[in-house]
Design a protein around this ligand. Structure first.
Ligand SMILES: [Zn+2]
Length: 115
């Protein structure tokens, strides 16, 4: 999502928020049968997405679609109730939206190098 050691890394609360929204969209979306894992990298520069039986072009389009949805998210954060998440107040939707927007608008072309 950002250039390693150049751009500011993700805020961890924003990454947690992106994880919740992204995982929910991926697990319930058109390609749900192909999604194995989505979660943040420890270095806070991006996410791992593990899929099966999807071509690269499909995955790239899916990632863009998911992050566009996150950038304009205006609903409750999914799975963010006390009974659903072990650190449910550790969220920052505004920073998540800013980071998703940065990824799509500023670093998307560059990020192809890391996909
Ligand atoms: Zn959580």
């Amino acid at each position: 999502m950002c250039e390693p050691n150049v751009d500011e890394p993700l805020n961890p609360q924003a990454a947690h928020t992106i994880e919740h929204i992204g995982a929910t969209l991926l697990r319930n979306g058109h390609y749900k049968e192909h999604i194995i894992y989505f979660g943040p990298m420890g270095c806070m520069t991006g996410f791992y997405l593990i899929t099966r039986d999807l071509d690269f072009e499909t995955v790239k389009n899916l990632v863009k679609e998911i992050f566009e949805a996150i950038a304009s998210w205006n609903q409750d954060i999914p799975g963010a109730k006390k009974e659903e998440c072990g650190n449910y107040t550790y969220m920052d939707l505004e920073k998540a939206k800013q980071s998703a927007s940065f990824f799509i608008n500023s670093s998307w072309e560059h990020s192809y190098h890391y996909l």
